[in-house]
Ligand binder design. Sequence first.
Ligand code: SAH
Length: 257
Amino acid sequence: MSNEYINIHEFDFNLICEYFSSIERQGPGSVESTLKALSFIDNLSNQSVIADLGCGTGGQTMTLAQHSKGKLLGLDLFPGFIDRFNENAANLNLQDRVKGIVGSMVELPFQAEELDLIWSEGAIYNIGFERGVSEWHKYLKTGGYIAVTEASWFTDERPAEINDFWNEAYPEIDTIPVKVAQLQKAGYIPIATFCLPETCWTKNFYEPQLAAQDMFLRKHIDNQTANELVANERHEAELYSKYKDYYGYVFYIGKKR
Ligand code: SAH
């Protein structure tokens, strides 16, 4: 890897971080969906340890913390997100129970069977759903839960434009029955699945980006990477509005056998 490459990469990394730090969520979701998923989890006590993988700035982690017991560890690759995460925890006076750490979901800093619950909203695609649910399994206690959201097809067939877009962006996207079978094969009892409502994408994810985009573009007016980043996000939002009947985020909840 040349230095030039590292510099460009770091620069992009910082820009992406700056863009997404300015909004509360870095992926589609809602307080209601987090709480609905949490309603299936019945093993938590004050001694529990929960890990939120790919936590971003912690939108969903703070919701979880306010409605659960035990200790919460948010893990994310971006130090800028973790700084913001820990500020958010302190602002809500949750710093004694909620801690953000920099790390990677491909190499978790936990002991075998240390965790009671693994949470991950809009982030498991970074490792891939099948690999993530398989590799993370060993960190859970028997009877512990996993709750993740994953982009999924709602139908067996779909128009070529959206099929091609996703196969390029995340080839592992698949139908709900396929994902449930993967969860079961990885050693979990599939407890529940539900589709996130449309507003998780529109009102909570794409709309807050509109204001952030204008500010971001004014600040980085001549920057090609910044312009491309915003163009990509806008394209993704347009595709969602056109093809939302064919795909969405789905919560998958499993219990370790
Ligand atoms: N859960 C948050 C963030 C979702 S965006 C929310 O729903 O708002 C996906 C997150 O995964 C980003 O914060 C990104 O920094 C993080 N990420 C990407 N690769 C990662 C990795 N290998 N390990 C941990 N986090 C990662």
